[in-house]
Design a binder for this molecule. Structure first.
Ligand code: SF4
Length: 324
């Protein structure tokens, strides 16, 4: 049996294994993608400008680290999702392509550099995410708050969406982030509870759900959002249950997209969900009362986040008017 190990060459010079904890696992062959998942190679001039700006400001993006298939489309519209607190994650989820290991100390200059990049990109709406930082006492909550404050100071009309870790066992961390008042608080459940032990072993379903619920309790004006990857082996009834749980937590926006296996060391795709099934799941979510739903094979948390945010705000205003 092959024991291929993925090496990161992106730093030029010091090559290192991206996922040391997965290196000795048996290979899972990568299934051929169906026609509806094909994307174009990125070559638009604005794609290269966005890339250069990220490099110049020494910023990390989840678009690159997670090997997102939408990078050509998003970056040609200057929509890059910056990943703060480094490029090394302290968790080892079976689906994720972000490097794992012991991260470096926080970079105190990062909030200002992120804010500068947002201003240069001229974004109406920005999505900021991070690696998990279980090594920090507050899980990186204060750093998130500083990034939000820095963006507000330089781009006051830009709306801010954050996609955070679960802050598991980090008392009072969530409150620090909520007090910085992002416009959208996103935390992805990723999959159904039955699959947590294999797909998200370091996380707890109840903690993630409680986090989303608590954001709404602390500040009901903040939109809440969560995402699921489909094609990991979940059943329709399980998805329906997760949707119901999210609605009980008053989550406004749900995203659903196809899981794609990054390397032979990651979890296999159980099946490719068809575009028609995604439409059916989208209808199911709308019926359950979400203000905004995005469900398609290439949907990702931050895909089309700016136009989706405009629709989300409109949908809330409409619902408030109807309630009068
Ligand atoms: S969908 Fe999100 S992560 Fe993927 S390229 Fe677009 S902005 Fe980046």
């Amino acid at each position: 049996m092959s024991t291929r190990v993925e090496i990161d060459h992106r730093k030029g010079g010091t090559s290192r294994i991206r996922h040391p904890e997965k290196a000795h696992r048996p290979d899972n062959p990568i299934a051929r993608k169906p026609d509806w998942i094909r994307v174009k190679a990125p070559n638009h001039p604005t794609y290269h400008e966005t890339r250069a700006l990220m490099r110049d400001n020494k910023l990390v993006t989840v678009c690159e680290e997670a090997a997102c298939p939408n990078i050509g489309e998003c970056w040609s519209q200057r929509h890059a999702t910056m990943m703060i607190m480094g490029e090394v994650c302290t968790r080892a989820c079976a689906f994720c392509n972000v490097s794992t290991g012991l991260p470096n100390p926080l970079d105190e200059g990062e909030p200002e550099r992120v804010a500068e990049a947002v201003a240069k990109l001229g974004l109406r709406h920005v999505v900021i995410t991070s690696v998990d930082r279980d090594d920090l006492n507050d899980g990186g909550a204060l750093h998130f708050a500083r990034v939000i404050q820095a963006i507000r100071a330089t781009s006051p009309t830009t709306t801010i969406e954050i996609l955070t870790p679960d802050f598991l066992r980090k008392d009072k961390a969530l409150e620090v982030v909520v007090q910085a008042r992002p416009d959208v608080f996103n935390h992805n459940l990723e999959t159904v509870p039955r699959l947590y032990p294999t797909i998200r072993p370091g996380a707890r379903y109840y903690q993630s759900m409680r986090l989303l619920d608590r954001v709404k309790q602390l500040d009901p004006s903040i939109f809440t959002k969560s995402g699921l990857m489909l094609g990991l082996g979940e059943e329709k009834m399980e998805l329906a249950q997760v949707m119901d749980d999210l609605r009980i937590a008053d989550v406004d926006f749900i995203t659903m997209g196809q899981y794609l296996q990054p390397t032979v060391k990651h979890a296999s795709v159980a099946r490719f969900v068809t575009p028609e099934e995604f439409e059916d799941y989208g209808t199911m979510a709308r019926v359950k009362g979400f203000l905004q739903v995005s469900a398609s094979p290439l949907t990702r948390s931050s895909y089309h986040a700016d136009t989706d945010f405009a629709q989300l705000r409109e949908a809330r205003n409409k619902r408030l008017k109807e309630a009068l």
